[in-house]
Design a protein around this ligand. Structure first.
Ligand code: ACO
Length: 378
């Protein structure tokens, strides 16, 4: 009786669960904006630091404000040495997303504002977590590869420093810009599964680190952020451009789920994929690995012709990240290192106007029955 009028909506498709000032997603027309600014302008003309400022404070920064945010991000790059020691205890083949989830929980144990859910504390934690996630991902990768972690470089941007901490080499300006733009493209995307997860967690008045650890867990799945890694593994399985047709026919005949295709909200096309396609073309050409781009384009054309499925954000980011030298199993952690900006902004927004998120289940199990003692069962 208490569920009268409620309707079961599988996967909560089309359900509006929150008001937001962060992301304006028009799935029918394939348009996306953060706080009113078109994603194409932000990706091409703003830095990730500017986008973080926009998401956290609602406005693009002035030059002075950008300096302040940039310096705060730089100052927050270090991670506790105990965390680096803990990376040495992790089995070397552990999924880096699993390690990242544990790292976020550990960062919460050391954060001076860990249990403070005030707006001011949340914004301080947003800055710290954004910098620390990148450092933690790179430090874990170095440790598992038998290398010393690379200390952050204070003279590099967030994007350039992340690549530097990963590889030990300072990226060229072109590579740093491509990576910076991809961080922007991944920074925020309304109530996607991982962001919704963070909102559900803080709606109980839990804290930012707990929510971000949950967000990492949700992002890890192959239907969400894990798709990029799966796309690259698909391209590797195909191997050569000449194999795309045979692969596509077989995959379609087997009704295989094609990673990097389809989207719950976009019907006409994912605007991020269009931008990433151009960036992937350029990066694959520059790195001498053009075949991954060619293969991706052919797969896109064949799948679209056969099933009208659109490539989503994770499709062209796969050859892009690969040609930037990012290890395949770090694609999803890198997406987390970008989405942290949006997760934290959504957490601030949820705490600002909170109501417990608690939907109902439609019970379809057995009707009420008599309880039998253990020796009467079977
Ligand atoms: N390959 C093959 N068929 C697909 C695909 C795909 N990638 N995506 C959707 N379909 C088909 C389904 O088989 C289904 O067909 P049917 O109605 O004949 O059974 C129909 O399209 C609807 O699919 P659903 O899974 O119900 O669509 P939903 O909106 O729930 O899923 C999702 C969206 C999860 C993104 C889906 O398209 C998918 O699995 N894509 C591959 C994984 C992926 O790329 N995820 C990344 C998404 S973007 C991001 O999170 C960062």
């Amino acid at each position: 009786m208490d569920k009268q009028g409620s309707q079961l909506i599988r996967g909560l498709e089309g359900v509006v669960a929150a008001e937001t000032r962060l992301c304006d997603l028009d799935g029918t027309h394939g348009r996306l904006a953060y706080a009113g600014y078109d994603i194409e302008d932000l990706a091409r003309r703003a830095t990730f630091e500017e986008v973080c400022h926009l998401l956290w404070w609602g406005e693009l920064p002035t030059a002075a404000q950008l300096d302040k945010t940039t310096l705060a991000l730089i100052a927050a790059r270090a991670i506790p040495k105990e965390l680096i020691q803990a990376f040495g205890l992790v089995p070397k083949d552990t999924d880096p997303m699993r390690v990242l989830q544990a790292a976020v929980a550990m960062l919460g144990m050391r954060d001076p504002d860990a249990t403070d859910n005030s707006r001011a504390a949340n914004l301080r934690k947003a800055v710290r977590l954004t910098s620390q996630l990148a450092t933690a991902i790179c430090a874990h990768h170095r440790v598992r590869s038998g290398q010393e972690p690379v200390a952050p470089a204070a003279d590099l941007s967030h994007a350039a420093n992340t690549l530097y901490m990963l590889t030990g080499r300072r990226p060229t300006a072109v590579v740093a810009k491509a990576f910076d733009a991809s961080l922007t493209l991944y920074a925020e995307h309304e109530l996607n599964a991982s962001t919704f997860t963070t909102r559900v967690i803080v709606s109980t008045q839990s804290d930012m680190h707990s929510a971000v650890a949950g967000g990492v867990g949700a992002l890890k799945g192959p239907l969400h952020g894990g798709a990029g890694e799966a796309v690259m593994r698909t391209l590797m399985e195909i191997g050569e451009v000449k194999n795309v047709d045979a692969f596509t026919q077989k995959a379609l005949a087997e009704k295989r789920r094609l990673m990097g295709f389809g989207h719950r909200v976009y019907t006409a096309g994912d605007p991020r994929a269009a931008i990433l396609r151009g960036m992937a073309e350029e990066a694959c050409r520059q790195s001498g690995q053009f075949k991954w781009y060619e293969m991706a384009v052919k797969l896109h054309e064949r799948v679209h012709a056969a099933k009208t499925l659109i490539p989503n954000v994770d499709f062209y980011s796969a050859p892009l990240f690969y040609s930037l030298g990012i290890p395949v199993d770090l694609f999803t952690p890198v997406i987390a290192a970008a989405r942290i900006a949006g997760w934290t902004a959504n957490i601030v927004e949820q705490h600002d106007d909170n109501r417990l998120i608690r939907p109902r289940g439609d019970y379809v199990g057995p009707t009420r029955r008599a309880f039998g003692p253990l020796d009467t069962r079977g």
